[in-house]
Write a protein that binds this ligand. Structure first.
Ligand SMILES: [Zn+2]
Length: 312
């Protein structure tokens, strides 16, 4: 357990390669809130964190999933049951949390003609999830969660990495708590794959929003699920690096579309994976799809009726 400050505690376990996954416990005088539940294997350690930092398990009234990716909701059922808490998540993500077939389909089968259903994908997506759980509450931008003694979570909407994602500003300690709103390719080693984003336009807006938040407020600490724990300066640097990652993907895609004139989605995606030396898997494929959509909408790339791409 890492104590960020009097009210914010973090549990970190290794996930893949050199990258950890974290869950965050925020404690107030009246109750506590757990942000994300990591993987199903983390449940005993999370319960230990709660006992250590909050005392009684039932002090955790709310368990909030920042977003519905499998490494953020994995222990939902075990924690919700043990703490008898309400499970909260963005309204757009209910189906991923309550129905793992929908989760699998929308996370992994983004273009089945390019990357069809396969046992390795099912294993990768579903093996760290415990059980489907009922979502009780859906926080949204502007909501205020008041934990007592001035500890307050201001809810932020930070979509793009997935179609919906939440972040929080804890005001008493000036802490920003994020899930994956700052994706980490090129920052920490997540293994050879694109962590990526499923909604390119929304993700670009989210990065601008995080930058203007940093201009307004000098956060004492910024916690995110997979990135190093940072102060304000470190946060600004992470925003810079996340923005340059998106720009790099955009310029790489434009160069590939130009080079592979009339290339299909499969050809463009494979070329991008090859360029970065990354695995051909669903997260990268979803990122290429949404970014190509954005380039088509901006009239920089043209998509033919047959689904091939060329520079407009
Ligand atoms: Zn994620």
């Amino acid at each position: 357990m890492t104590r960020i400050n009097e009210h914010v505690h973090v549990l970190e376990v290794p996930l893949v390669a050199k990258t950890p996954v974290r869950v965050t416990l925020v404690t107030g005088a009246d109750y506590a809130v757990l942000v994300d539940t990591g993987t199903k294997q983390m449940a005993p350690a999370i319960l230990e964190l709660i006992r250590e930092a909050a005392g009684e398990l039932q002090r955790v009234r709310l368990v909030i999933n920042t977003h519905a990716h499998h490494d953020h909701i994995g222990a939902n059922h075990q924690i919700k049951t043990a703490c008898r808490s309400l499970l909260c998540a963005p309204v757009e993500t209910i189906a991923w949390i309550e129905d793992f077939e929908v989760h699998y389909r929308e996370f992994c089968l983004v273009a089945p003609e390019v990357l069809p259903d396969a046992p390795w994908m099912r294993e990768e997506a579903l093996s760290i999830l415990d059980m489907e759980s009922h979502v009780d509450l859906c926080p949204q931008e502007g909501d205020l969660i008041r934990l007592g003694s001035g500890v307050e979570l201001h809810v932020l909407a930070l979509p793009g990495h997935l179609k919906a994602e939440l972040g929080f500003i804890e005001t008493a300690t000036n802490t920003l708590i994020l899930g994956d709103a700052l994706i980490n390719n090129g920052i920490t080693d997540l293994g050879p794959m694109f962590h990526g984003y499923q909604r390119a336009a929304a993700y670009k807006s989210t990065l601008r929003k995080l930058r203007s938040l940093a201009e307004e407020q000098r956060f004492a600490s910024v916690v995110s699920a997979h990135l190093p724990l940072v102060d304000w300066e470190g946060f600004v640097e992470l925003v810079d690096r996340a923005e340059s990652f998106v720009s790099k993907i955009e310029s790489d895609l434009l160069a590939i579309v130009e080079e592979k004139e009339d290339g299909t989605l499969k050809i463009v995606w494979e070329a991008l994976c090859e360029k970065w030396g990354y695995r051909e898997e669903f997260r990268g494929l979803a990122m290429v799809m949404t970014h190509l959509d954005l380039l088509v909408a901006a009239n920089q790339v043209r998509r033919s009726e047959a689904g091939t791409y060329r520079i407009a």
